[in-house]
Design a binder for this molecule. Structure first.
Ligand code: NAD
Length: 240
């Protein structure tokens, strides 16, 4: 386990993407974290950018030593970064959504040897929204529960990982949610959980206006996870 006084060396997996770029920009403002390598799917146009070495996923085993990996890629990229983290005994924070059941099982297996934290949404607001949704579902057992999510048109998975995670909280409260997804423009992420009863309804809404909220949350999680024992963690474990 990493010593708390050290600067934590971070590997960014999915570095050329929308989230990867936000992570690298915000990482540069933190004194306790330092990016040591960036990985994306294809061969980088430039090997070193602003002093940071970039690697293609095929070159993953050549990356320098790191204390924690942060992955915001696509489901088919998870296996390789998870394998590297297990091989090197290093924690993994992942925000990748749309994982298959086998991807989830791979995370569980890895968590027997390294700390693993997967969150479909790293914003504080959505973490709190989950608590509100579960509470409302518990109190409104006979009402209909519907979750509507909107994202930019490049998003591949639907319903979003956040919608499914909110739905899981609604189910814990006894609701059976339905889902609707919109893909339009450059919407960063909006989720509405609606409870409808006879003659009235409640809408719980979260709107993200900047990817920085997710990136900040993921960096916070990485700094925290680097000091944890092996196991599978949720964002809520960090907030306790
Ligand atoms: P993007 O398409 O802009 O970027 C994807 C990145 O992953 C690129 O760098 C690409 O090169 C890399 N990549 C793709 N396939 C890969 C593979 N097989 N191996 C290695 N690298 C690979 O996507 P984005 O908008 O940055 O989102 C990335 C992921 O994060 C998506 O799953 C998205 O749903 C999720 N996301 C999660 C949160 C959260 O808070 N958890 C917030 C926003 C987005």
């Amino acid at each position: 386990m990493k010593q708390s006084s050290d600067v934590t060396r971070v590997l960014i997996h999915g570095a050329s993407g929308r989230m990867g770029q936000a992570l690298l920009r915000l990482l540069a403002t933190r004194e306790d974290l330092r990016a040591v390598a960036a990985v994306s799917r294809s061969k980088p146009a430039q090997r070193v950018v602003d002093g940071l070495p970039y690697f293609a996923v095929t070159e993953l085993h050549g990356v320098p030593a790191f204390d924690v990996a942060i992955d915001f890629s696509l489901p088919d990229g998870l296996e390789a970064i998870l394998g590297l983290c297990v091989e090197r005994g290093v924690p993994l924070v992942s925000g990748t959504t749309g994982l298959s059941a086998s991807g989830e099982r791979a995370l569980d297996a890895a968590a027997t040897t390294v700390p693993v934290l997967l969150a479909a949404n790293f914003s504080l607001g959505v973490t709190v929204l989950g608590d509100l949704v579960e509470r409302a579902a518990r109190l409104l057992q006979t009402w209909d529960c519907d979750i509507v999510e909107s994202h930019h048109k490049h998003k591949l998975d639907a319903p979003s990982g956040t919608a499914l995670a909110l739905g899981a909280r609604a189910e814990q409260g006894g609701a059976q949610p339905s889902y609707a997804s919109l893909r339009a423009g450059d919407i960063v992420g909006e989720h509405t959980v609606q409870f409808a009863g006879p003659g009235e309804r409640i809408e719980l809404v979260h709107r993200a206006t900047s990817r920085d909220v997710f990136a900040r949350g993921a960096l916070h999680a990485a700094a925290w996870l680097a000091g944890q024992a092996p196991g599978r963690y949720q964002l809520r474990d960090m907030l306790r």
